[in-house]
Design a binder for this molecule. Structure first.
Ligand SMILES: Cc1cc2nc3c(=O)[nH]c(=O)nc-3n(C[C@H](O)[C@H](O)[C@H](O)COP(=O)(O)OP(=O)(O)OC[C@H]3O[C@@H](n4cnc5c(N)ncnc54)[C@H](O)[C@@H]3O)c2cc1C
Length: 368
């Protein structure tokens, strides 16, 4: 009997999975609770490494609004500037990205049903019909709770706003602000979207004050106001980011992927690249399960083998800067400046994979 595949959640992870299944001749049905894809994604940002994006196989060019070459990290009175000659990251319009992923999934044969929230009763029904169920339904996953998966350890609360008519001078670099006075356990960011538009955002650990209050505190900082360039605030949104991988992502016929699985970089909260990469692994595992009877658990083992080390390294770095506080990060930036690490990162940095960066560090004398 051919098993049916139900994907709960039409974010990038669920849609990439549906497309990858379609490419393998497997028709999946994606259920998205919002009326259109991309509505929830618009609460987040869209900074994606150029190298990571190229591996997802998405024709993303129509969604690019800006390209970034570098970043300035600020803590207290210190800053670390990193700039590369090549484009390091693209800033994407998240609604357009979701629409592109949806179109590619439908073209590959998937069904995408919008405006349909899946609840526990639906999941019971799908399960009794022997369907394979994939939860791609964000960090607060209904599927994860219904199937009693181990929880995601931690969450960061976020708040972001768009500023228009900004006179910010640098349009191709981001600013990151580390401070326990406003961004406890995470950081603030200013991202130029081009054409005088800047996004200002903040993340703060869920145990501290709420994210809107943290945002107000951040806006009082002179360096932050400079990064916004005097623009006018036109839109604001709050959301959350899951921090930490779930300790299991397969149970019987149920799988979790993307934010629902905690496949997120704990350093920055970026989850599109790893969520998409793990969705591709999930498609291969489901396909081998249906064709060759391989256990679905292979998905959990494979994605951890491929990406678990990097995701764990992101978690260690996040734990370091969360505990170090502003003075600790300030000292670290000073030290990194003295050691010339800014130059090293400009040349060998990798936004997604710290393990690749460490390899480059040890091989640099051989390759330079
Ligand atoms: C402020 C902020 C900034 C961010 N910046 C970046 C960034 O710059 N780069 C980056 O890579 N990542 C970033 N992220 C993270 C990124 O947004 C997520 O990792 C990514 O969206 C995860 O994709 P997903 O498909 O797994 O889940 P989601 O995008 O959360 O999609 C889940 C979908 O499931 C739907 N859904 C939920 N429950 C149900 C249900 N019961 N039934 C049906 N549908 C349901 C939702 O409506 C949603 O569309 C940011 C996040 C935030 C909050």
């Amino acid at each position: 009997m051919v098993k049916e595949i139900v994907i709960v959640g039409g974010g990038t992870s669920g849609l990439i999975l549906a497309k990858e299944l379609g490419k393998r001749g497997i028709v999946a049905t994606v259920f998205e609770s919002e009326k259109r894809v991309g509505i929830k994604a618009d609460k987040a940002s869209g900074i994606l490494s150029a190298s990571g994006l190229s591996k997802l196989g998405i024709d993303f060019s129509d969604a690019v609004v800006n390209s970034l070459y570098g970043a300035s990290l600020h803590a207290g009175r210190r800053s670390l500037h990193v700039r590369s000659e090549k484009v390091q990251a693209h800033v994407l319009d998240r609604i357009k990205l979701a629409e592109i992923c949806s179109r590619e999934a439908i073209d590959a044969g998937a069904k995408v049903i919008t405006g349909r929230r899946i609840g526990p009763e639906d999941l019971e029904q799908f399960s009794s019909e022997g369907k394979i169920i994939v939860g791609a339904d964000s960090g607060l996953s209904t599927v994860g709770r219904w199937a009693k998966f181990p929880p995601i350890e931690n969450h960061v609360l976020t708040f972001k706003a768009v500023f228009e008519k900004s006179e910010r001078l640098i349009e191709d670099e981001v600013d990151l602000f580390f401070s326990e006075r406003f961004a406890r356990g995470f950081f603030g960011w200013a991202v130029p979207y081009g054409k005088g538009t800047v996004e200002l955002g903040i993340g703060t650990s869920s145990g501290s004050w709420n994210s809107a209050e943290a945002f107000r505190r951040m806006l009082k900082e002179t360096s932050v106001r400079e990064a916004v360039g005097g623009g006018k605030m036109v839109d604001s949104k709050a959301s959350i980011i899951p921090i930490g991988m779930r300790s299991s992502t397969v149970k019987g016929n149920v799988l979790l992927v993307g934010d629902a699985a905690g496949q997120v970089k704990a350093t920055t909260g970026g989850g599109i690249i790893f969520g998409g990469a793990c969705a591709i692994v999930a498609a291969k595992s489901i396909s081998r399960h249906l064709e060759k009877g391989e256990p679905l658990e292979r998905y959990d083992k494979t994605w951890r083998k491929l990406y678990g080390n990097d995701l764990s390294m992101h978690k260690i770095i996040h734990a370091y800067y969360s505990r170090a506080g502003e003075a600790g990060v300030e000292r670290l930036l000073g030290l990194l400046n003295i050691l010339g690490i800014g130059n090293f990162l400009s040349k060998y940095g990798d936004m997604d994979r710290p393990s690749v960066m460490v390899k480059r560090f040890f091989l640099r004398d051989l390759v330079s």
